[in-house]
Design a binder for this molecule. Sequence first.
Ligand code: GDP
Ligand code: GDP
Length: 438
Amino acid sequence: MKPVIALVGRPNVGKSTLFNRLTKTRDAIVADFAGLTRDRHYGNGKLGDHEYIVIDTGGFEPDALSGIYKEMAKQTRQAVAEADVVIFVVDARAGVSSQDHDIAKYLRKLGKPTLLTANKAEGMIEGGQFTDFYELGLGEVLPVSAAHGQGMRLLVDMSLELLKLEKPEEEPEPQDPLVIRLAVAGRPNVGKSTLINTWLGEERLVAFDLPGTTRDAISVPFERDGQKFELIDTAGLRRKGKVFEAIEKFSVVKTLQAIEDSNVVLLLLDATQGVTDQDAHIAGYILESGRAVVLAINKWDAVDAYQRETLARSVETRLGFLKFATIHYISAIKRQGLGPVWKSIAQAHASANRKMSTPVLTRLLLEAVQFQQPQRSGVFRPKLRYAHQGGMNPPIIIVHGNSLELVSESYKRYLEGRFRKEFDLVGTPMRIQMKTSH
Ligand code: GDP
Ligand code: GDP
């Protein structure tokens, strides 16, 4: 499971700048999906071999008693509680402030692994100007410059080092590729626990033993129509006796981790609420994670014809970046429309794990190029030569050739469409990467 890093500090020390640095480094190709909201404060990052989740926490005044600062303090406390490591950001130029002292006191009491970081330290990195920060009682201070990208690698290495001291690395459980790991994700109250309990109560489901999951069963293995599934403990859901119920607090971090941990995500929406910002955020995250996805709009029984039409339109506009996903309109309570959802989950999983041979990919590539050439840029025209598969879940296709940096995003989408059609890829994102040979 990816470690979670929370960025904490008073306003204006550079947390958002740092957040952008730490998340921009990953190689997801998402920037040009229309409709994808970028303003969330949770992100995936990758630096060197390390992958992690970063949370940016806004300004923090631990003792704020009212108004927006109180709310921010609450949010920050939750983020910190869910984090594995805290990066406490101070301003190297401004020096130590009383707010820094308050935050330091809070973090010391909490006792989480904490790395003290002095940002805006460009041009100061050599000197011994940071001794003042020792009075915060959090040990060494690491100077960085988020704006200039200095010290980033060390920052991540040291944070994760701290984590290792705290939690020695666990052996990952081996995963059975024949089992579909399914996460049911969605905002609070969309009907996740109702749906899961309806499903698990069905006679068609057969429980089976999966090594490593029986002890404190937070994930449930079962078989349906000969296909094995493992339902992953999803944010906000807890097993209570035989049934699942939603615990009150919705945890974004747990949602993100469940998504990471799955092969297929069933994203549940509430027909009575329309598509909300939070739905779009979760959807955006699923896309970034590369997991296969099926959409189900629940509570279809509770909306009238007019609402249905409005909803269908807003799914199209707000979740347009998931147009490769199958949409189902269901009622968990009335048990309507549930059977076909299983079929789509299996289809999405099969698509995500499709094997594509180099000769077939290359033939398709060359046919696509013959049908429509990539645009030239000045005197150069990209030359696409061959393609091979670089990964599964999501499928990655690597195209080799010359001057491929000139290939436009829209041309990549054109290629994606051709590959999708030929390999019948439904319900999975896919990635096309260009590799220029020199
Ligand atoms: P936040 O409120 O903690 O999220 O801070 P922001 O990331 O919004 O940054 C506050 C201000 O500090 C902005 O004007 C940034 O451009 C600036 N800033 C951020 N990082 C650095 C840095 O490494 N060096 C300098 N000189 N300025 C920075
Ligand atoms: P969760 O927080 O996502 O697990 O949502 P719950 O399963 O607890 O459901 C939230 C509320 O929506 C409950 O009052 C359910 O009875 C109701 N609900 C769930 N599914 C449906 C449905 O298909 N139709 C209607 N009308 N209500 C539903």
